[in-house]
Design a protein around this ligand. Structure first.
Ligand code: CP
Length: 306
């Protein structure tokens, strides 16, 4: 397997995913043994124009666990020369002289593609606005495979902010590569899954259903993938945000409707869309999911740097 830029979920095929997850399993063992030093002379730059906890820290931990080094800005809009008017393209050209891989989160859809177009070193999209978050989808898929034991034939409900959520978009693209998957989209009317994804699913003959009532879907699915209503993407449309928040909440009553062998996932951060009381249930997989991000990102870095 040879990876270079990682920009969107569509670029992965199933054999590549199988290989990546095989390497990821090895990385879990490597971490348990204290890490490796194979990448001691390699440098990763994390260039984040939007806030992050999991993605940036897990990428940085992954590079440290591989023995590499990290140069970083967690607020590029304020703490890089972007604040003086430097373009994204010039910033990337400069980092090409310093780092062996660039992990970038940006507020604009398509920014990762623009960066990759001028970069001589691999660019990894760590989220581009409401566009995609491919490495999140990879860790989501790895989690499903590990927890449920299969991806073919999976029944998954994606819930919440499906219009602005980049994680569900990337995950839908990845799942569409497998056989017999059925997706249920449960969202407020204003935040329905966008037509480009629905069209992609129709073209690939992937079964999907848009459903307003969460309680109807819960007994049907292997995975409930809850998402946060993303206030920051509403701008000044506060009334619209207020209409959408709190519509779908996972609580104890939902647990009673779910199958005993199903799981709840969430890319995090969460606000109140999964009640704390759910955390102690074995089916709450979201913290294990975040942990898997470390192993998947170690596997990805090992491949783009080899
Ligand atoms: N899931 C995710 O992307 O989390 P962060 O925004 O904290 O990186």
């Amino acid at each position: 397997m040879k990876l270079h830029h990682i920009i969107e979920a569509q670029q992965f095929d199933v054999p590549t995913l199988d290989k990546l997850f095989e390497i990821t399993e090895k990385m879990e063992k490597v971490v348990a043994q204290g890490g490796i030093s194979d990448y001691h002379n390699r440098i990763m730059s994390t260039l984040f124009y939007e806030p992050s906890t999991r993605t940036r820290f897990s990428f940085e931990t992954a590079m440290h666990r591989l023995g590499g080094r990290v140069i970083s800005t967690e607020n590029a809009r304020e703490f890089s020369s972007v604040s003086k008017g430097e373009t994204l393209e010039d910033t990337i050209r400069i980092l090409n002289g310093y780092a062996d891989v660039i992990v970038m989160r940006h507020n604009e859809v398509g920014a990762a593609r623009r960066a990759a177009a001028v970069s001589t070193v691999p660019v990894i999209n760590a989220g581009d606005g409401a566009g995609q978050h491919p490495t999140q989808a990879l860790l989501d898929l790895y989690t499903i495979r590990k927890e449920i034991g299969k991806i073919n034939g999976l029944r998954i409900a994606m819930v919440g902010d499906l219009a602005q959520g980049r994680t569900v978009r990337s995950l839908a693209y990845l799942l569409s590569k497998y056989q017999g998957v059925k997706m249920y989209f449960v969202a407020p009317q204003l935040l329905r899954m966008k037509e480009d994804i629905l069209e992609h699913l129709r073209q690939r003959n992937v079964e999907y259903l848009e459903e307003a009532e969460l309680a109807k879907v819960l007994p049907e699915v292997d995975v409930v993938y809850q998402t946060r209503i993303q206030k920051e993407r509403f701008g000044d449309r506060i009334a619209d945000y207020e209409k959408c928040r709190g519509v779908y909440v996972i609580d104890e009553s939902c647990l009673r409707l779910m199958r005993p062998d199903s799981i709840i996932m969430h890319p995090l951060p969460r606000l109140d869309e999964i009640r704390m009381e759910v955390d102690n249930d074995r089916r709450a997989a979201y913290f294990r999911q975040a942990q898997n991000g470390l192993y998947v990102r170690m596997a990805l870095l090992s491949q783009v740097l080899s």
